[in-house]
Design a protein around this ligand. Structure first.
Ligand code: ADP
Length: 469
């Protein structure tokens, strides 16, 4: 009568199309490694852009001195200071955050940078650091806009995004504009690093605390990764010379696509209705921006096919009505009667009073969607490890078993609320890492959580790229 079997059918179909067997995940791993290769071989050679960052050394923990960072990427900007004692220790940065006056976001670039330079000047002064010091202070500048990076400390603005629209800045050198403002202000400070992607800060912070760090992954509203690559593997840029022989490469892995990705009709609809169809395919299956909306679409389908959710709630037609944190809260509801699920369905989706059986079904949907996301993220990570020969597959010679392979300890820095706040996501990710790599290899791979790589990481990169060495 309630067409329960129809709903079970929808769930079964969802489970099948979200299937991530180890075999399937290994295909994704291989595809990721292949695409990385293609993206490094030629410009436009892959959906993976594999952007050069020119960051050719990572903080080691032995840095000494006071270093600054400036983080500009939205309506607020932040200034940070870290004091490094030459030995790895807990970093306790001073941070100040300020809103950017609205008229400065659409005015002249000089006015914006003068304002920023003044704020920085006051911050330095307040921190008992001498503003007129003869020793040049080193600054990491995090600038989260589309930039064509030209060196570790320079890059050209391609276009503004978010609330910014300063015409005279487009096509101009970003770090240079800041440097000039600092000089006008009489602040003896050098822009040592221009950091245009927050994953780079994350790998820097990760490496500061753990020298075996080879990659960084962010899984929050969006998702991205970067890693430490040998310059001779960056074929599209011949003759690239760095002291270390390596460089951080920003993958922009949200764009990754492979026919091996398990895709559902809900993904196809979500993509078609998005402002950027056929783009960010990997991100749309993994990140916090989208998971809740996939779940909403499944509930909507079920609600249309049966009456177990009552009359179809109009909220179910609202894109992004169900946010990922609410979805996670339902998924992790451990009360026997699933009261949290009931509350969220009622408050958020306007679906009151459904039977326990139906609430259990909602939890199951959340589980399927999150499990797929976490396992795909794990496959992406192993793809990176495979590309750099840290997945244990290299060096196996005839007759030796996998367990004989000498596997170096390998660390990956991870940041973002999906990983840090969503326990089930984290556990599924770990489980998949172990399944794909096998226990013998997996025990050499550690995941380290970092916090605020975007800010602190930039200050640490200023330290490791400082002119005084
Ligand atoms: P950023 O927006 O810079 O990526 P975060 O890493 O904090 O910042 O990620 C925020 C995103 O993480 C939110 O958009 C949301 O989708 C998701 N999120 C936040 N808290 C939770 C939670 N408790 N459970 C699941 N997802 C969460």
């Amino acid at each position: 009568r309630r067409k329960w079997n129809r709903v079970v059918g929808v769930l079964k179909e969802l489970e099948e199309s979200c299937e991530t067997t180890v075999g399937r995940l290994r295909q994704v791993v291989d595809a990721m490694a292949v695409e990385m290769h293609a993206g490094l071989a030629s410009e436009g050679g892959s959906k993976l852009k594999m952007l050069l960052t020119f960051v050719d050394n990572l903080p080691s923990g032995s840095e000494k001195g006071i270093f600054y960072a400036l983080d500009l990427g939205g309506t607020n900007f932040r200034v940070l200071r870290v004091e490094l004692g030459g030995q790895r220790s807990d970093l306790d940065p001073d941070v100040e955050q300020q809103p950017i006056p609205e008229q400065l976001m659409t005015g002249r670039s000089e006015d914006l940078f003068d304002f920023i330079a003044s704020s920085l000047y006051q911050f330095v002064e307040k921190g008992n650091d001498s503003v007129q010091s003869l020793v040049t202070k080193e600054l990491g500048f995090t600038f989260s806009f589309p930039v064509k990076q030209t060196s570790v400390s320079s890059g050209v603005l391609i276009k503004w995004t978010k609330a910014f629209a300063i015409k005279d800045m487009v096509g101009k050198e970003v770090a240079g504009a800041l440097q000039q403002a600092l000089t006008r202000k009489g602040l003896n400070m050098r822009v040592a690093v221009l950091q245009v992607n927050d994953t780079v800060g994350t790998i820097a912070l990760g490496h500061y605390h753990d020298e075996d760090t080879v990659a960084a992954v962010i899984i929050g509203t969006g998702t991205n990764a970067c890693y430490w690559e040998r310059t001779d593997a960056i074929i599209k840029c011949q003759g690239l010379l760095t002291t270390s022989g390596s460089m951080v490469v920003n993958m922009e892995w949200g764009h990754f696509w492979s026919s091996h990705l398990p895709r559902t009709s809900y993904d196809i609809e979500l993509d078609a209705e998005s402002p950027n169809p056929n783009d960010q395919g990997f991100e749309k299956m993994i990140s916090g921006m989208y998971l809740g909306d996939i779940v909403r679409r499944v509930i909507l389908r079920m609600s249309e096919e049966s009456d177990i959710f009552g009359p179809v709630s109009s909220r179910l037609y609202m894109p992004f009505a169900l946010r990922t944190p609410a979805m996670a809260a339902m998924h992790e509801d451990d009360s026997p009667e699933l009261m949290e699920v009931a509350r969220i369905l009622k408050d958020v989706l306007d679906i009151p009073d459904i039977p326990l059986k139906a609430r259990k079904l909602v939890v199951k949907i959340c589980d399927v969607v999150t499990r797929r996301a976490a396992r795909l993220a794990a496959a992406g990570i192993v793809g990176i490890l495979k590309k750099i020969g840290r997945d244990g597959s290299g060096g196996i010679t005839g007759g030796r078993s996998r367990s004989d392979v000498k596997m170096r300890r390998t660390a990956v820095a991870v940041e973002g609320s999906l990983y840090t706040q969503y326990t089930m996501f984290r556990e599924y990710l770990h489980e998949a890492l172990h399944e794909i790599l096998g226990e013998d290899i997996a025990r050499h791979v550690v995941i380290n959580v970092t916090e605020d790589g975007s800010g602190i990481g930039a200050a640490l990169l200023a330290a490791s790229h400082s002119s005084s060495g």
